[in-house]
Structure formats: C-alpha cells, structure tokens
Design a protein around this ligand. Structure first.
Ligand SMILES: NC(=O)c1ccc[n+]([C@@H]2O[C@H](COP(=O)([O-])OP(=O)(O)OC[C@H]3O[C@@H](n4cnc5c(N)ncnc54)[C@H](O)[C@@H]3O)[C@@H](O)[C@H]2O)c1
Length: 262
C-alpha cells in the first residue's frame, strides 16, 4: 500500500468496517482522507479517529455532488496528487430504523435509501471521472450484502439498494476500465456488529444463524478490512466488475445437518 492515496467513506465509530480499513491501509503505508456525512461529524467519532492515524477528515454528504467535488479536490490537495483507491462503506434506511415492514414501506424513505446507499456510489465515481481525480490502475470498492441475490425478510428495501449498488459496480466497471484501467468491485460481507448492521431487526439471532451456517463462521470487520485492502493493492489489478463474497462460505451453503438437528 506504500505510496497509494485513498479516500475512505463511512467510518462512524470504532465498530465501522470503514474504520478497520482506514487503520490497516495507513499501517501498511497508504495516505488517506476519511469522510462521512456532516451529521456523523456531530454524532460520531470520525475526527478523533482520523487524527489518531494522522489522516484528515472531510465532511461530505455522499448524495451531494457539490460535497463530493469538494471532497475530491481537497483530498487531492491534502494527499498531493490523484487518488488510487476509494472505499464506499455507506448504508442507511429510515424504513429499517423505524421498523417498517416490507409491505408497509414509506416510498419517500425508500428513495432516500436508494440515494444514500446506492446512487451515491454512482455519484462518487461520476465525480471522480469529471474531476479526473483518479490514477490509472486505481481501485474502487463498495460494501454489499447477499440480500441483493437472496431474500432476507428483515432487510427491507436495503436488499434492492444492494442489488442496485452491485449493478453500478458492473456498469461503471466497464466505463472506468475502458477509459482509465480502473477496477470497480463490491465485497459482500457477513453480518457484522456495527451501527448499520445491528439496526436490522433480529440481528442477534440472525448473526448466530449465519455463524453456524458458514463453515468458517461469520467474517468479522477486521478480516473484511484485510480483503478490502487486498483489493486496493496491485495484486488484484485484473479483478473488476465482480461481487466478491466475504462470508466464511455462507453464500455457497444449502443446508447443514448440524443446524437442522439443533
Ligand atoms: N454490518 C453488517 O452486517 C454489514 C453486512 C454487509 C454489508 N454491510 C455494509 O457495510 C457498509 C458499512 O456499514 P457498517 O456495517 O460499517 O456500519 P456503519 O453504521 O458503521 O457505517 C455506515 C456509514 O454510512 C454513513 N452514511 C449514512 N448516510 C450517509 C450520507 N448521506 N453520506 C455519507 N455517509 C453516510 C454513516 O454515517 C456510517 O458511517 C454499508 O454499506 C453496509 O450496508 C454491512
């Protein structure tokens, strides 16, 4: 990671997956800026966490093109050059927060969920292109969840958000690959005990279920950070337009006799 420059979205507190990624990338020699929504600067610990690893934190609502333009411009100044890697680690659903059932969804909130959790990924990449803010052979990554492919009843419209997010990775992966040799992927992560994860109804039971179902158990935030970092290194420079499961094997399981009998 030495010499690489990155922008990491989504570190709210020490549990955030983005925080694990930020720490590891800096420990391995990368220079980064960290960012989150202005409200997270007030509620969370991003500034304190960034300072502890010598990084600058820049507020940006990921749904605002103006904020994103400022973020990329400031980051290029602070890091003294173009960006090599970007992590989009953003998710939020008011319907989930307010425990709305799937057949009683507020559609205004649903659109907000799509904007924050998925369309923001397109906005980030489009802004990077327009500002010519990324180096060739760069890497762009977002975090997803298997509800994009299979039904998880309490995940609300976040399921469709993740499907959209993964589709943006494939579509933009084509354009960025052709124009700049930049790769775009999503990592589909196990249930993880964070603010976003534990906000989903029944999280504790579900976490135990997937822990037992995955042959390796649930992948934690720290191992997710290892995988993310690998995707930013040159070792994965030919991997693009993929949704990569990081889930201890859960996604390939059909049934496990030990769970059936318990
Ligand atoms: N925790 C899990 O079980 C799990 C599993 C699979 C995928 N993921 C995904 O991982 C990513 C990170 O989530 P996490 O689990 O670390 O939880 P988290 O709550 O720590 O991170 C979510 C982040 O999104 C940020 N955010 C919300 N609205 C924003 C906006 N308008 N602009 C910019 N940032 C905004 C929040 O401030 C927060 O930092 C999300 O995409 C989530 O869906 C999480």
């Amino acid at each position: 990671m030495k010499g690489k420059k990155g922008i990491i979205f989504g570190a709210l507190d020490e549990n955030s997956i983005a925080w694990h990624v930020a720490r590891k990338c800096v420990a391995e020699g990368a220079k980064i800026t960290m960012t989150n929504a202005p409200v997270a600067f007030r509620m969370g610990k991003i500034e304190e966490m960034a300072a502890s690893i010598g990084a600058v934190a820049i507020p940006a609502d990921a749904t605002s093109i103006t904020d994103l333009e400022n973020l990329f411009q400031e980051s290029m100044k602070i890091l003294d050059g173009k960006i090599d890697f970007v992590l989009h680690s953003i998710g939020m659903s008011i319907n989930i927060r307010k425990a709305r059932e799937y057949d009683d969804i507020n559609h205004e909130w649903m659109l907000k969920t799509f904007d924050i959790s998925a369309i923001s990924f397109h906005k980030v990449m489009q802004t990077a292109v327009k500002l010519d803010a990324m180096n060739e052979w760069g890497s762009v990554l977002a975090l997803s969840y298997i509800a994009a492919q299979r039904t998880f009843p309490y995940y609300g419209e976040m399921a469709e958000s993740k499907a959209l997010l993964e589709s943006f990775a494939r579509s933009f992966g084509y354009h960025l690959g052709k124009s700049k040799k930049i790769r775009v992927n999503t990592i589909s992560q196990s249930p993880t005990n964070t603010t976003a994860g534990s906000g989903v109804k029944g999280f504790e039971y579900f976490y135990k279920y997937t822990q037992n179902m995955a042959p390796l158990g649930n992948a934690d935030a720290d191992s997710c950070a290892d995988y993310c970092m690998m995707m930013f290194t040159d070792l994965t420079r030919m991997v693009t337009m993929q949704n990569l499961f990081h889930d201890g094997g859960f996604s390939s399981m059909g049934m496990d006799p030990s769970i059936m009998n318990s």
